[in-house]
Design a protein around this ligand. Structure first.
Ligand SMILES: *Cc1c(COP(=O)(O)O)cnc(C)c1O
Length: 424
């Protein structure tokens, strides 16, 4: 099926007389005839549901749709994008291991890797997304277990050279994990370019209505864990907490990663998405392909307007010819990038604040990528834990305004920006 069709109908095919819409299975638990039947589930001998902290049918239908959209073999939903990135990394990294990450990533993920995962004994080296192949290779250590990057970085809007990062990861026997939140599978499918694991904050375009926080993890099924068994003991040696099964043997390349992530990390951390949220997320997915085109159309029109405005110092948008990432965008994002535009108002931090306070349609919010246009000053909010050096490495200058173009009429958006710029 084409992507547009998967958005609408993927992940769930009702049988005769069954609900047309994905049912919300509002139940914490599931009934079995015998203890033996249920025991098989606990031993991962049979697949099925027993407790919604680990798995729920509503979530699994929606996860299957997202996996299909990304061209993966298995998927799972998490309670947030943060949980998705944490699980994707922690599923293969233990204390004493090391991660190579692009420095141009979402502030929350930077904090997760640079502060919280360090406390857990997992080291990280950050590399500039534009580094040479030699610089990238030099970041690896014998204990490196994963490479991480974002297709389109939030908020710097750098476009990841996925093939370059995948090649380096594979040369060192580790998978590439790509956070595809901003592009969505409508505009880029990282697995086609060599990514092994794809993550999402479904809170953004996938939900698309600012209605529920959520995340997703998709496995390409391409990474051969057993070929690098010494690096990934969690997947390639027996799990004593499940009677000695070895995930990579029992579930193969297609299923090992997501099965382990569900069986261990969901069991122990419980960052499950509620079935209600999964249902709402699916409503968003049903129109994702239609909405992304409009977000991109508005983003492009607004970026072009800002670029020609005398009070605007600079504009970053991968769709602008001349943008630093325009060539990479043409390769990886041929049908559009996203609705988010970053720019600087001449006059720096103060001018940016004055401009923002006069906006009428665009609301000041810690959010991006939903139907309503909003804007944010990252240096004083989402990225405030970073020092100036780290801000520059993350591609976030102190005057940066992040504008997320919604689904309104582009002429109204431009009129709003124009009147607010007049006040500066
Ligand atoms: C928002 C975001 C996250 C975090 O997701 P939450 O759903 O807010 O936990 C991770 N990565 C990117 C690229 C994001 O934009």
């Amino acid at each position: 099926m084409k992507l547009n069709t998967i958005c609408v109908q993927g992940g769930y095919t009702p049988g005769n007389g069954e609900p047309r819409q994905i049912p919300i299975i509002q139940s914490t638990t599931f009934k079995y005839a015998t203890g033996e039947d249920m025991g098989k589930l606990f031993d991962l001998e049979a697949s099925g549901y027993f407790y919604t902290r680990l798995q729920n049918p509503t979530n699994d239908h929606v996860a299957a749709k997202i996996a299909e959209l990304e061209g993966g073999t298995a998927g799972m939903l998490t309670s947030s994008g943060q949980a998705a990135n944490f699980f994707a990394l922690f599923n293969i990294c233990n204390s004493g291991d090391h991660i190579v990450s692009s420095s141009s990533i979402y502030g929350g993920t930077f904090n997760l890797i640079d502060v919280t995962m360090r406390k857990m004994g997992i080291e990280a080296t950050f590399v500039a997304p534009d580094c040479t192949e030699e610089e990238l290779a030099a970041a690896f250590r014998p204990n490196t277990k994963a490479v991480f990057g974002e297709t389109i970085a939030n908020p710097a809007l750098t476009v990841l050279d996925i093939e370059k990062f995948a090649k380096a990861a594979h040369a060192h026997g580790v998978p590439l994990i790509v956070d595809n939140t901003f592009a969505t599978p409508v505009n880029c499918r990282p697995i086609q370019w060599g990514a092994d694991i794809v993550t999402h904050s479904t809170t953004k375009y996938m939900d698309g209505h600012g209605a529920c926080v959520g995340g997703a993890i998709v496995d390409s099924g391409n990474f051969d864990w057993m070929a690098h068994a010494e690096k990934f003991p969690g997947l390639c040696t027996p799990d004593e907490s499940y009677h000695g099964i070895t995930y990579a043997e029992k579930f193969g390349k297609a299923g090992a990663f997501i099965t382990k992530c569900t069986a261990q990390l969901m069991r122990d951390f419980g960052c499950i998405q509620s079935p209600q949220h999964a249902f709402i997320l699916n409503l968003g997915l049903e129109s994702l392909h239609v909405r992304m085109a409009r977000h991109c159309e508005n983003g492009q029109a607004v970026a072009e307007f800002l670029q020609n405005h005398p009070k605007v110092g600079w504009v970053t948008y991968p769709g602008l010819p001349g943008d630093k990432y325009h060539e990479l965008a043409k390769k990886y994002l041929p049908s559009g990038s996203c609705g988010v535009v970053s720019f600087g108002v001449k006059g720096g931090r103060k001018a940016a604040e004055t401009f923002m306070s006069h906006l009428k349609l665009a609301a000041i919010e810690t959010h991006v990528a939903d139907a309503r246009t909003c804007c944010l000053h990252p240096a004083s909010t989402t990225h405030r834990q970073m020092n100036d050096e780290q801000l520059v490495a993350a591609g976030v200058s102190p005057d940066l305004v992040r504008l997320s173009c919604g689904l309104e009429d582009k002429e109204d958006l431009i009129a709003d920006l124009s009147q607010a710029l007049d006040q500066v």
